[in-house]
Design a protein around this ligand. Structure first.
Ligand SMILES: Cc1cc2nc3c(=O)[nH]c(=O)nc-3n(C[C@H](O)[C@H](O)[C@H](O)COP(=O)(O)OP(=O)(O)OC[C@H]3O[C@@H](n4cnc5c(N)ncnc54)[C@H](O)[C@@H]3O)c2cc1C
Length: 377
């Protein structure tokens, strides 16, 4: 691990970014945001230069940076609205799980293609009757010789139609204990018996949801991530990585939209602006960055923290506040602008994916505030 002052690390990153991004990137953000090929080349360039995950080792998209400096760089990247990888879950969630739980063979086979963006990954958690309550998972994998036979279905599986692999959570019988446990499988999406159906969307998105059906799909036993029946630990860790990714992404959008609002106010000072909403959004913008930074420092110091639940909740709701603020001040014509519409739809989803706001509140209530778990009777 190399020691470097966080400010110096950020300075190097900003210098690199100046060369990596086109001069008109921020002006034409909407076009670049929809350009998957552009985002793919940025991901590859960041991987090769060690800026994709700076605290990871060289060769894995990092440069062995001290985690505190890497956190500064991450926030600076969010502030500058860097291009998101075309398949965010491959970098922000799956790669973490592979690196933490994968066998050496699994890491060798999958990590680099996922981080370079050569192979996309779907995340197979949600099912028709198991969204907020993942314990209700019903997809099963039963042992047959040196294979698992997979049956069931997943839903809301982002980009499954274009993914090479799926990180899939399913029920397995633990013969030793007689319990039904959860295991995590690396599933090749080209296997016989898998049907992927994209869900028709009311708005155009570059990352459609899918339903995925598994009918007697034979998956080699070597494709269990880590060890059999360890799925809960992997799910917890994957969801933690997901919340961490989400709050930074939402904060990045919040910062960008707030910039747009401020610019409009400069250009049309005569237009009224709801100052209470404006003040709230400014406070949220500042507050989230500070709380996020101090929470991650706390985590780096080894002090347990429920920070990702809190940050996910705050950032996703703040994103909706800033979009509401902008919708409040623009003209009826401006409200139809495609960029604002994109942000509006994206912000609506933010309080659902990665666990809804209600679920984050439940968990914060129970684990942080020590409140009793609500009962139905
Ligand atoms: C853009 C987007 C991308 C997604 N991508 C993926 C993906 O790639 N892979 C994947 O597996 N999933 C994905 N999801 C699914 C997402 O994880 C689920 O939508 C989410 O966990 C909620 O589950 P659900 O939709 O089944 O809602 P439900 O669990 O049915 O909940 C319905 C409503 O009831 C509320 N509720 C439920 N239980 C409680 C409770 N105990 N207390 C209070 N309120 C409660 C919820 O907050 C919600 O408002 C994605 C979702 C979105 C929006």
């Amino acid at each position: 691990m190399t020691w470097e002052e966080p400010e110096a690390a950020v300075g190097r990153f900003v210098g690199w970014l100046g060369d990596a991004l086109p001069d008109d990137y921020h002006r034409r953000y909407r076009e670049y945001r929809r350009d998957l090929e552009f985002r793919r080349s940025y991901q590859l360039a960041a991987f090769e230069a060690g800026w994709l995950v700076p605290d990871w080792e060289e060769g894995l998209g990092g440069q062995g940076m001290e985690p505190r400096s890497a956190q500064w760089v991450r926030l600076e990247a969010a502030r500058r609205a860097i291009p998101k990888p075309p398949c965010v879950q491959a970098v922000g969630i799956v790669a973490h799980s592979l690196r933490t739980f994968g066998t050496p063979e699994q890491r060798d086979l999958h990590l680099v293609p996922a981080l370079r963006g050569d192979e996309w990954w779907a995340l197979g958690m949600s099912e028709p009757d198991a969204g907020s309550d993942l314990r209700s998972l019903r997809t099963t994998a039963s042992v047959d010789g040196n294979h698992y036979v997979l049956n069931g279905s997943k839903v809301w599986t982002t980009q499954a139609q274009a993914s090479r692999w799926c990180l899939l959570f399913c029920r397995t019988e633990n013969e030793r204990t007689g319990n039904s446990d959860v295991s995590c499988l690396i599933v090749d999406m080209a296997l016989t018996g898998i049907t992927v159906r994209p869900v028709a969307m009311a708005v155009g998105r570059e990352d459609p949801f899918c339903e995925v059906f598994f009918d007697d799909v034979r998956v080699a036993a070597s494709c269990v991530l880590g060890a059999p029946h360890e799925g809960w630990a992997i799910a917890r860790s994957s969801l933690e990585a997901e919340r961490d990714m989400i709050w930074t992404m939402n904060w990045s959008d919040l910062y960008r939209i707030m910039g747009r609002v401020a610019e409009r106010c400069r250009q049309k000072p005569q237009d009224p602006i709801p100052l209470d909403l404006y003040g709230r959004c400014l406070a949220e913008l500042e507050g989230i960055a500070r709380v996020g930074m101090s929470a991650s420092n706390q985590r780096l110091d080894g002090r347990p923290s429920a920070d990702t639940y809190i940050m996910k909740l705050l950032a996703s709701e703040a994103l909706q506040h800033v979009v509401a603020l902008e919708a409040n001040i623009v003209s009826p014509k401006e409200i139809c602008a495609e960029e604002l519409q994109d942000d509006l739809y994206e912000s609506l989803a933010a309080t659902i994916y990665g666990g809804t706001s209600e679920i984050q509140r439940n968990i914060i209530g129970e684990r942080v505030l020590g409140l009793p778990r609500p009962t139905l009777d």
